[in-house]
Write a protein that binds this ligand. Structure first.
Ligand SMILES: *[C@@H]1O[C@H](CO)[C@@H](O)[C@H](O)[C@H]1NC(C)=O
Ligand SMILES: *[C@@H]1O[C@H](CO)[C@@H](O)[C@H](O)[C@H]1NC(C)=O
Ligand SMILES: *[C@@H]1O[C@H](CO)[C@@H](O)[C@H](O)[C@H]1NC(C)=O
Ligand SMILES: *[C@@H]1O[C@H](CO)[C@@H](O)[C@H](O)[C@H]1NC(C)=O
Ligand SMILES: *[C@@H]1O[C@H](CO)[C@@H](O)[C@H](O)[C@H]1NC(C)=O
Length: 398
């Protein structure tokens, strides 16, 4: 694997990769503050932008992406802790925790009832951040436990997974690779309540995903359909990718992160090995320009093949988590170098000072013709990437 990775070194240039300066731009806190001030009332959340001016489109709270904007001010609070507040970096311009709390208000009703299936894990993110700031916040604890219960209720022991999407035929049990990101809420709730069944469910889901979602070359299918009464696989297909057999880059990125996170949460080496396999496929299939395409098998013509800046920033966070999971600096470096390289390339392509989002060139859903936008989770993972690089000693603030 290391030999394969060495093929990537020319991408990052002869010199050691350097994180882009935009990662620490004062435009980041300025844009988050402006978006906070413009949230519709009653509250709605930004998900993606238009394609011409980069203006946010807002969605009702019962939407799978609603947790990302409220989580973003907490990421800036983390950044303020890491970097301090200076007139130059703009981090002193708001009480970020207060903003995160205020923006979370629209999510609380969802812990009782929502239409988001497995995506309750994403909806729990701001409450997880809140507990990191204030471990005694009962509202946040209750939200995490309720979201975890909703996900656990979707577990089918015959299949060995939590159901991602609801279907008109309940025996058609659909699981998407993205679901790996939602497992973390089960661990948080297991820690809060002492209920280890929640943890067991997450582990079983991840183990079943290893068996059925990953191809021998380390690429992933987007959707696996199981028969809920027999547990057998009915179909392997795509929903948002180029074709059933292609590799949708955001799904691959969720997988890199999801399995590295499983390793962090359990210490089980098979999850580390799985994250490495997915990361190796991702890096070996990047085009020579280093820009993450929306699907690794999407045609190159007509050029340019659309990028997905959100797949790029999610993969960067997955690669940095993988780097932190490795036992030695030598094993970590190829992953963190690759992460910095992807950040450099996507910043050069997609950093948009005049847009409301930080980045352009997001692909929300190419088959639905929704691409060339900013995306709220792409921006969130961009900020997180900067924070991670600082805390890993791989970037300095400014
Ligand atoms: C607890 O967390 C909730 C949800 O994030 C927030 O609305 C509330 O302000 C927090 N309470 C305190 C006392 O910090
Ligand atoms: C633990 O969680 C599982 C899954 O939600 C649930 O079925 C079970 O009743 C819980 N156990 C306790 C003791 O609350
Ligand atoms: C699942 O299997 C049962 C029993 O064989 C069958 O009745 C049902 O139609 C199957 N469902 C799907 C979606 O294939
Ligand atoms: C997808 O791959 C399978 C083997 O993995 C093959 O049987 C099938 O024909 C392929 N489908 C397409 C549309 O390429
Ligand atoms: C990036 O976005 C710009 C416009 O926002 C577009 O012109 C360009 O083709 C996109 N490039 C890729 C590789 O997606």
């Amino acid at each position: 694997m290391l030999r394969l990775l060495s093929l990537l070194l020319p991408l990052s240039g002869a010199a050691a990769a350097t994180p882009p300066t935009q990662l620490f731009s004062p435009l980041i806190p300025a844009k988050v503050l402006a978006t906070f001030g413009a949230l519709p009332k009653p509250i709605q959340y930004p998900q993606y932008t238009d394609t011409s001016a980069g203006k946010w489109l807002y969605f009702i709270p019962d939407t799978w992406t609603s947790g990302f904007f409220p989580t973003t001010p907490y990421a800036l609070n983390t950044r303020k802790t890491l970097c301090g507040a200076t007139p130059q970096n703009g981090l002193g311009s708001a009480d970020w925790v207060a903003l995160g709390r205020s923006a979370s208000s629209g999510l609380v009703p969802l812990e009782i009832k929502n239409g988001q299936g497995h995506d309750v894990g994403f909806l729990s993110f701001p409450f997880v951040e809140e507990l990191a700031v204030n471990p005694n916040n009962e509202t946040a604890k209750t939200a995490i436990n309720n979201f975890a219960r909703l996900l656990a209720n979707r577990f089918n022991p015959i299949v060995g997974c939590t159901r991602s999407w609801d279907t008109s035929d309940p025996t058609d049990f659909q699981v998407i690779i993205d679901n790996m990101m939602n497992l973390e809420v089960l661990f948080h709730s297991a820690d809060l309540t002492g209920n280890s069944t929640l943890r067991d469910i997450a582990i079983k889901h991840a183990d079943t995903t290893i068996i059925n979602h990953i191809r021998p070359d380390g690429s992933t299918w987007h959707v696996i359909e199981y028969n809920s009464t027999t547990g057998s696989v009915i179909k392997k297909r795509t929903a948002q990718g180029f074709s059933d057999n292609s590799t949708w880059s955001r799904g691959q990125a969720w997988g890199i992160y999801g399995f590295a996170n499983m390793y962090r949460l359990t210490g089980d080496a098979k999850y580390l090995a799985t994250s490495r396999r997915l990361a190796t496929y991702f890096l070996n299939n990047l085009p020579s320009d280093g820009i993450v395409p929306w699907d690794f098998n999407a045609p190159l013509t007509p050029a340019p093949r659309p990028a997905d800046s959100s797949a790029a920033t999610i993969a960067v966070n997955g690669l940095l988590l993988l780097a932190k999971s490795e036992g030695t600096a030598a094993a970590a470096k190829p992953w963190s170098d690759a992460a910095i390289n992807i950040l450099d390339k996507i910043t050069a392509l997609a950093w948009q000072p005049s847009w409301q989002s930080l980045l352009s060139n997001g692909t929300v859903n190419k088959p639905a013709n929704n691409f060339l936008t900013g995306i709220v989770y792409g921006d969130y993972y961009y900020i997180r990437a900067g924070n991670e690089l600082v805390s890993m000693g791989l970037a300095s603030c400014r």
